[in-house]
Design a protein around this ligand. Structure first.
Ligand code: PMV
Length: 313
């Protein structure tokens, strides 16, 4: 049997992180410029399944059974077997990722989606996006505790999404291409820790936090129309407004604020932190003409800068 492969993209949340966990709408888009690739082949010489991981930190290999039950790979594979009521034969799985870990770009959900898709092909099952999404969500629960489900949704469907917890997923039509620059703060945090930080802060100041979540939700609602109409100036100013609310929640950092200011000084339409925050990446929306200049400016203060585009299809 030849090796089988599958891929999944990274993502950025353009509007609504954190508030989405508490019931407000949010908007996320796939970032095709960064991908995870999973390759699988049957293990012929051993009864043990092996996982090879290649990323920026190098190359490592593990026996599946040596991994902790809440490990991303083991959790995803267990949930896959559970959903399909199927016991996998021994395999060698190699996962190569360009997506930085714990940086707000959907690394764990992308690994889960790529692994689920390749396992599906391995056992000869064509999985619907809905099924991939369902399994990936359960893998995210193992990783993050109580995720909203936005990361697995945008990555499983590989389309811009307007997401509200416990409501049907809506695919967004972004007709006009939007150029973005993503800048790394170099700081790393775990999503579940930052979600917990927000939850604990909220207990101390319930009314204020609920008010901020509501304002973030209103920004996401306005942004939806702006994205559908291709109103890039408005999209940008709503992003910057959203960043201010994330600052109020205490999930920005001096480095993320510096990246936002730097993008704005280079004439971005708007900029904000993306994902859980307290580290990770900043996303700025800009014109095609400004994209390279903003990226170059950010490279002076950021260890990794990614230029990408979204929508336009
Ligand atoms: O895991 P990240 O950094 O992409 O953040 C996810 C966004 C949150 O709203 C903070 C959590 C969630 O589950 O929606």
């Amino acid at each position: 049997m030849p090796a089988i492969s599958s891929t999944a993209t990274g993502k950025t949340i353009l509007f609504g992180e954190h508030a989405v966990v508490h019931g407000s709408p949010a908007i996320a888009v796939p970032i095709h410029a960064i991908q995870v690739k999973a390759i699988i082949q049957p293990s012929i010489s051993s009864q043990e399944s092996m996982i090879w991981i290649r990323n920026n930190n190098g190359k490592e290999s593990f026996k599946l059974t040596d991994l902790a039950e809440d490990n991303l790979f083991r959790g995803t594979i267990t949930e896959f077997q559970h959903e399909l009521q199927f016991s996998l034969p021994p395999f060698i799985l190699t996962v190569t990722s360009e997506i930085p870990i714990a940086a707000g770009l959907g690394s764990s959900a992308a690994v889960a989606v790529a692994v689920i898709r390749v396992l599906g092909e391995f056992v000869g099952r064509k999985l619907s996006n809905e099924m991939v999404n369902r399994i990936a969500y359960r893998s995210e629960v193992i990783q993050h505790g109580s995720p909203s489900g936005i990361d697995n949704s945008v990555i499983a469907y590989e389309k811009p999404v307007y997401f509200e917890k416990d409501k049907p997923l809506e695919i967004l039509q972004i007709k006009k291409k939007i150029h973005v620059v993503l800048g790394d703060s170099g700081e790393r945090t775990l999503t579940k820790d930052v979600i917990q930080f927000v939850q604990e802060s909220m207990q101390r100041d319930m009314d204020r936090f609920q008010d901020v979540f509501q304002r973030i939700g209103n920004v996401a609602r306005s942004a939806r129309t702006a994205l559908e109409n291709g109103d890039i100036q408005l999209i940008g100013s709503l992003m910057t407004e959203n960043h201010r609310y994330l600052q109020e929640l205490g999930v920005s950092s001096p480095k993320l604020d510096q990246l936002v200011s730097s993008a704005m000084q280079s004439d971005a339409y708007g900029a904000k932190l993306c994902g859980a925050g307290q580290g990770g990446f900043m996303v700025a929306a800009c014109s095609r003409e400004q994209q390279a200049a903003i990226a170059n400016h950010l490279r002076n203060i950021s260890p990794r800068v990614i230029e990408a585009s979204i929508g336009g299809i």
